[in-house]
Design a protein around this ligand. Structure first.
Ligand code: GDP
Ligand code: ZN
Length: 433
């Protein structure tokens, strides 16, 4: 659960009668003991249960309290405690909607009830924390000026997120949300010009893997991040290569096929692969990431057969407020053939980098390793030299692609070496840095 959810739950917990609080804590303690027993039989160490997920910024909290809050969340979701008072998460006079566009201290909101998009000011409390707390794709609650008690349209609260992509502020080191609630992230790479860069894919994958948001009832061992999709653009340029060169270029994708990532070979210029991409994106909120020059704009333009309409729509929004073209925006694509989907375009995401990770964070950010490590003899196995390492055994048995293991080892070495040379980073725009 995120900080906001936790605060809400803490408030609800406090508002409950003492007897109910006691009951929750008793149930929580019993549930935790059960979990510990189960874990122990899975050869997990006792203290591991309460350890925060390495790499996550989630605070360490009293473990029984954590269980109690989750129980309470489940009970609230089931409609229990309805008569118990306390602040309901969304008071009656507020409505909900989605942020399409972020400006300074204001944003463009599309109401859930189908009303027109409107510009909304951020509540004083939110405005102060805007960079970290609110971003395009967020679902928010808001009040309208038409409501007699409010004199301005104002965002009151950010609703719990499904996913969030963050980038560390190079100055403060603090994580900043770039986009929220994307269902999928398309990593755009090109062949030949620029050539395929597996290292970039690896970095993006790690950031995407880390996009999950802890919600009540979920567990760090079973996160639910945005889906990663690889679009290999400029596939037409392979025609100019010799068969050997072509094979060498495409072989770089093997490890990603091996872990089951959808890979779409496409050419924005000829329209190849666009139907396949549209089908993968149907009904979802997506973001495109990738080095400049790989063809992100060309692809989004090619996906949208009614580009004229989209440009006009963004133009209208920009005229209404103080938005600039470098701001993030969410726009709708309704192709002639296929279902609507939503694209979040932000300068921030084009340049979001794999920031300095710890080895534990790295281990945690690769889903194959996360899955396999349960079989390692040591709980803190680094999968490099330890006996009984399930990861290395999987490589030997051919169940984990050697290239993915190499990626892990290489990134681990990079971490040990310290900051990377600038040309290996995905650099932020000057105004983002
Ligand atoms: P972005 O920086 O990722 O948004 O990339 P752009 O969409 O601006 O494209 C960069 C360059 O690649 C442009 O000159 C495009 O014309 C070219 N390009 C895009 N898609 C293709 C393609 O499918 N095949 C070829 N050969 N060139 C492409
Ligand atoms: Zn291991």
């Amino acid at each position: 659960m995120n900080k906001r959810q936790r605060e809400q739950l803490e408030a609800r917990l406090k508002a409950l009668p003492k007897s109910e609080q006691d009951r929750l804590f008793r149930q929580a303690a019993a549930q935790r003991t059960d979990d510990q027993k189960r874990r122990r039989s899975e050869r997990k160490r006792y203290e591991d249960l309460d350890a925060p997920r390495p790499g996550s910024s989630k605070r360490k909290v009293d473990p029984v309290r954590e269980y109690a809050l989750r129980l309470l969340a489940a009970e609230l979701a089931a409609g229990r405690h309805e008569d118990a008072g306390g602040a309901s998460p969304v008071p009656d006079s507020t409505q909900t909607g989605r942020v399409l566009f972020m400006g300074k201290r204001r944003c463009l909101v599309r109401p859930d009830d189908g009303g027109e998009d409107f510009e909304c000011r951020l509540g004083a409390d939110l405005a102060g924390r805007q960079q970290a707390e609110l971003c395009v794709g967020d679902r928010v609650s808001f009040v309208r000026a038409t409501d007699e008690r409010h004199d301005a349209d104002e965002v009151v609260q950010v609703l719990p997120r499904k996913t969030v992509l963050t980038r560390r502020d190079p100055r403060t080191g603090e994580a900043r949300a770039i986009v929220a609630n994307v269902d999928a992230v398309v990593i755009v790479v090109s062949v030949v010009s620029p050539p395929l860069h597996p290292r970039l894919i690896d970095r993006y994958l790690i950031a995407i893997e880390d996009s999950w948001v802890e919600v009540p009832g979920s567990h760090a061992d079973d996160p639910d991040p945005a889906q990663a999709i690889i679009a290999v653009n400029k596939i037409d340029l392979l025609d100019d290569l010799t068969p050997e060169e072509r094979e060498r270029e495409l072989a770089k994708l093997e490890p990603y096929r091996a872990i089951g990532l959808p890979i779409v070979e496409c050419a924005a210029q000829t329209g190849r692969g666009m139907d396949e991409l549209r089908a993968l994106l149907a009904g979802r909120i997506v973001a495109f990431v990738g080095h400049s020059g790989v063809g992100k704009s060309s692809i989004t333009n090619a996906l949208d057969e009614r580009l004229g309409a989209r440009t006009a729509q963004v133009g209208a929004a920009a005229n209404r407020g103080r938005h600039t073209t470098t701001s993030s925006q969410l726009y709708e694509i309704t192709p002639d053939s296929g279902e609507t989907f939503w694209v979040i375009d932000t300068p921030g995401i084009r340049y979001f980098a794999l920031e300095e990770l710890t080895p534990a964070q790295l281990r945690d950010s690769m889903p194959e390793l996360r899955r396999l490590r349960r079989g390692c003899q040591f709980n803190d196995c680094t999968h490099t030299h330890e006996p009984g390492c399930a990861v290395r055994e999987a490589v030997e048995r051919g169940e984990l692609h050697p290239a993915r293991y190499d990626t892990y080892i290489r990134l681990l070495e990079e971490i040990a070496r310290g900051p990377r040379p600038p040309d290996e980073r995905i650099r932020p725009l000057p105004d983002e840095a």
